[in-house]
Design a protein around this ligand. Structure first.
Ligand code: FNR
Length: 370
């Protein structure tokens, strides 16, 4: 085992947490979800008691579609963050993804910085996480380590390009993904890390056998900025605006995902419960949050993050009630107005977005016709 590599990988994890926490808190920023609004129908509201956030996913169910997305593990301080997150999700019943577990493969002694996600959260839904450099044996090893219910494979070419010590070969990723999906024995979600998945990428992934994707678009944590801040030469500031926003991704992938029977999860710049509802209404079944929840944990502590997640779940339920969505999946029938940059993106991509604004039209017409 190369000691220098292990040290670099652990200190990189610390850098990511520090720089992500220093980044502006996405929860306070304007973003592309602002171009998406619900049409208000004043008689659409459902009785609160009939509304649930329970979500059918991975042949089971979660109490809420909101999950904590992949962040960390691998060093002593990030191990403490995972312990905190594990206590938070055990308390709130929230699904959680581990950060990349490649460090565990290099240094067995770091295992406990990841396995707390299962030990302190024995009944929770836990995703293991690796990059698309992983072999089938490595994927099985990390799934076993946290007794994972599913595995996330991250594809992060833009991050690696800006990362000073990043990978420079990507051609083997498709072959690795196809092998892992076939052999790992748990559902596999292929995710971006904040630059977004396109319709073309989702079609490619479907052809490899992938059934779940997390579009993880631009708008929140910016890994081009994080990796650029870790450079002492050859500034990559030009790539700071690389990628598609999460709202753009969801509009882009909707038709392909439906045609290919790919289930879509969303993350990237999700600022609050209204953005969660918008992401669900744009076609995702579950919505992940990373940087925003890290900000709360690092600045205000575990109790504050527990309260924040309870608040998001309660307000999601309230927004569902307001739109008459008894279940999160019923938000797919809400009328959505898409304007501004997201509408311009859709026009350039040849996507008709008028149908989003008229999804309840059939219901109203049939009522009228009597
Ligand atoms: C991440 N993210 C991430 N993703 C992944 O698949 N493996 C990983 O190891 C990490 N590491 C990581 C560290 C930190 C500190 C953050 C904040 C994020 C990316 C994350 O899962 C998500 O895709 C993006 O951060 C976009 O979501 P937010 O942060 O905008 O909510």
């Amino acid at each position: 085992m190369n000691h220098a590599n292990v040290t670099t990988s652990a200190s990189r994890k610390d850098d990511h947490v520090r720089l992500a926490t220093e980044q502006a808190d996405a929860r306070q920023q304007p973003g592309d979800f602002d171009d998406v609004t619900f049409m208000h129908h004043a008689l659409a509201a459902a009785d609160f008691d009939s509304v649930t956030t329970e979500t059918q996913i991975f042949d089971g169910s979660w109490g809420s579609p909101i999950y904590i997305n992949a962040m960390t593990g691998g060093s002593a301080s990030t191990g403490r963050i995972n312990e905190s997150l594990a206590r938070v999700v055990a308390e709130t019943g929230t699904a959680i993804a581990s950060g990349s577990m490649s460090h565990l493969l290099k240094d067995e002694a770091s295992a406990s910085t990841f396995t707390s996600l299962r030990k302190l959260n024995p009944n929770g839904f836990v995703f293991a996480n690796l990059s698309a450099n992983a072999t089938v044996a490595e994927a099985r090893r990390v799934v076993d380590a946290v007794e994972a219910n599913a595995l996330q494979i991250h594809i992060n070419s833009a991050q690696e390009i800006v990362m000073p010590e990043g990978d420079r070969s990507f051609g083997h990723w498709t072959e690795n993904i196809a092998a892992i999906v076939t052999a790992v024995g748990v559902p596999v979600v292929v995710k971006e890390v904040g630059f977004g998945l396109s319709a073309e990428t989702v079609a490619q992934l479907a052809a490899l056998g992938v059934r779940y994707v997390d579009v993880s678009g631009r708008g929140g944590t910016n890994f081009a900025a994080i990796e650029n801040a870790r450079r002492d030469q050859n500034d990559y500031a030009a790539l700071l605006s690389w990628g598609q926003s999460t709202a753009n991704c969801l509009v882009d992938v909707a038709e392909t995902a439906e045609r290919e029977s790919v289930t879509v999860l969303a993350s990237g710049g999700v600022r609050g419960p209204l953005d969660v509802a918008k992401a669900l209404s744009l076609g995702s079944v579950a919505v992940g949050v990373a940087g925003g929840f890290l900000h709360v944990l690092q600045r205000e502590g575990e109790a504050a993050l527990i309260a924040e997640i309870h608040r998001w779940n309660a307000q999601l339920r309230a927004i569902q009630a307001l739109t008459g969505a008894a279940r999160p999946s019923d938000l797919l029938r809400s009328d959505l107005l898409i304007t501004g940059g997201v509408a311009e993106f859709a026009r350039l991509r040849g996507i008709d977005i008028t149908h989003y604004a008229q999804r309840g039209a059939h219901k109203r017409r049939s009522l009228h016709d009597g």
